[in-house]
Design a protein around this ligand. Sequence first.
Ligand code: 0O2
Length: 212
Amino acid sequence: MEIQLWREILDPYSLAVNELIVKFNHIIEEYRRKGSYSPIELVTGRVKTISSILEKAQKKNIALDDIEEKIDDIAGIRIICQFVEDIYKVVDIIRHRSDMTIKSEKDYIEKMKKSGYRSYHIIVYYDVETLKGSKRLQVEIQIRTLAMNFWATIEHSLQYKYKQNIPEHIRKRLSSAAEAILILDREMSVVRDEIMDAQNSFTIKANMVADI
Ligand code: 0O2
């Protein structure tokens, strides 16, 4: 396929990624403006590279004409949260939005992948406006904690370095690191509850003072 044709295909995906980054960042702003804790810490996004699309198509035996339908992560958004509980809050926010429709969800937090990978994945349909009219695209939204992101980033680099064949001794280390991340996220959730309790009692006290 010619590069110009690829550009035409991928351009709306860039638009979708840019729009969604703005929208999720706006959610952070809305929370912060009203002095509330934001369940979203950070948002990033990317459009899959042509070589990565072709690699996936080849691996999954997908014909070029079916790429847009069958590869659902051409546009990818990553939402990073501080705590596991925040992830489910973000999922709820996405479920209630009218500008995206959920196609499917995968909870790799409840059910960790064999590799040790944990994250919540949602595929949504999202409409963009182009000169040719409106186009409905699939976008993959990955939602994970800072700790899960740390693990996934390192593991992804190792997969790249070892071309998907990570040596067994490193695999084992990654596996125990994944367990440590699980424990870390649990410990931090306990700390989160303490923070929320402290914030609530502060708000109650502040209201009582305001009432006097
Ligand atoms: P990239 O470079 O991040 O775009 P499959 O991709 O065949 O495993 P499926 O059904 O397409 O399976 O989607 P799945 O399992 O939900 O995973 C899609 C994406 O999740 C991957 O995209 C990764 O970004 C991430 N992911 C899934 N499993 C792992 C894992 O074990 N380790 C890490 N680090 N990331 C994972 P791509 O296209 O594989 O890669």
